[in-house]
Design a protein around this ligand. Structure first.
Ligand SMILES: *Cc1c(COP(=O)(O)O)cnc(C)c1O
Length: 357
């Protein structure tokens, strides 16, 4: 039986996406070749690349002056590629968790970094508000969903400088006003596809400002000029992303996805708030709809391992919280069915009946 997959990443993909990918691995569209053994420059793979870019544009309503790139190296390579290309004198960063900290560390190698606000004082359990973005920064970097701490930003910020967003774990979870961003990037392996491909949505006008030498492979312009085919792109992961976007479009697009995600998240948060054994870790107005973090209440702390084992015995995987938060983390990405969330809620209620004093 298929497991209820709550993993934070690589994470759940829709069943039909996995099946369609398996078919294309055997034989792509009946051409007698696997999608893994094609020239990336041939027409069959070009069609995959073109459709994936077109679906990105259509589903996120991306304006014409933006490019959509597929690169290697993960979101982690973007932490340095970004300042390499964009940081001339100073960059502003919002510090909302481990990934933001890693991005900040890399930027410091290229210029001055101003951290406009941080939630480090409360172990990143909230999104800072009321900060101001310096208008002399080259860009302002945010992490829209903090995968580890379970917090999220749900608005497209107004900013005097280009906003650059790491959307690794919430891309395609809600509609976006892409025109409010300079760059949106992320690893595919949370909400979009398998590991191995990184998407970058970029407004071309941002480039060409720094005088420094940028190695060819780390220069966004290289990949823009070559339609993500300067070198061999991660063909198979791109194929799976395309299948996910076809699936997403069929379901009704990002607006429908947002409603489904909100429904799943409220079901689970309501149970966390009601259940006598558990409590949520993120403050209410910052709660992520993708990664739902919770812990045992102090008086039930010693039941943590037992609850995890209980969920495993019921076919659930990936619920162990990240070591920096502890407790549990239920990742409820786009592909997670409501039934899996309900299975977790049922387990929490049963465990409560057994253990609540
Ligand atoms: C997982 C994750 C990353 C790291 O992605 P890699 O592709 O492994 O480099 C960066 N940022 C966020 C928000 C993530 O969730």
């Amino acid at each position: 039986m298929k497991k209820h997959n709550f993993s934070a990443g690589p994470s759940i993909l829709a069943k039909e996406v996995i099946e369609n990918t398996a078919n294309a691995v055997r034989d792509l569209n009946g051409i007698g070749l696997s999608v893994m053994e094609l020239s990336h420059r041939g027409k069959d793979f070009q069609a995959v690349m073109d459709e994936t870019v077109a679906l990105f544009r259509e589903l996120l309503d991306i304006p014409g002056n933006y490019h959509v790139l597929f690169l290697g190296g993960g979101a982690s390579l973007q932490f340095c590629m970004l300042p390499f290309n964009l940081l001339v004198t100073k960059a502003a960063y919002l510090e909302t968790g481990t990934w933001a900290k890693k991005a900040i560390k890399e930027a410091k190698g290229f210029g001055q970094v101003e951290v406009v606000a941080s939630s480090a004082d409360k172990n990143f359990n909230y999104i800072p508000r009321g900060f101001s973005i310096p208008d002399d920064a080259d860009y302002f970097h945010i992490t829209t969903n903090n995968t580890i701490f379970g917090t999220g930003i749900f608005e497209d910020y107004d900013s005097p400088v280009p906003v650059v967003a790491d959307m690794s774990s919430d891309i395609f979870s809600r509609p976006l006003d892409v025109s409010k961003y300079g760059i949106i990037y992320g690893g595919a392996q949370k909400n979009l596809g398998p590991a191995g491909v990184t998407f970058v949505i970029i407004r071309e006008e941002l480039l060409g400002k720094t005088e420094r030498y940028i190695p060819t492979m780390l220069n966004y312009q290289t990949h823009i000029d070559n339609g993500s085919m300067f070198n061999t792109p991660p063909c198979l992961p791109i194929y799976t992303c395309m299948e996910t976007l076809r699936w997403l479009k069929k379901l009704g697009g990002v607006k429908v996805m947002q409603e489904m995600n909100q429904e799943k998240a409220s079901m689970l948060y309501d149970e966390i708030d009601r259940n006598l054994l558990f409590r949520g870790t993120a403050v209410n107005d910052s709660r992520s709809v993708m990664n739902i973090c919770f812990v045992m209440r102090p008086e039930y702390q010693d039941l943590e391992k037992e609850f995890l084992d209980f969920t495993v015995s019921r076919g659930m995987v990936g619920l162990k919280g990240h070591r920096s938060v502890g407790g549990f983390r239920a990742s409820t990405y786009n592909a997670m069915p409501k039934e899996s969330v309900q299975a977790l809620i049922d387990a929490m209620q049963e465990f409560e009946k057994k253990h609540a004093k």
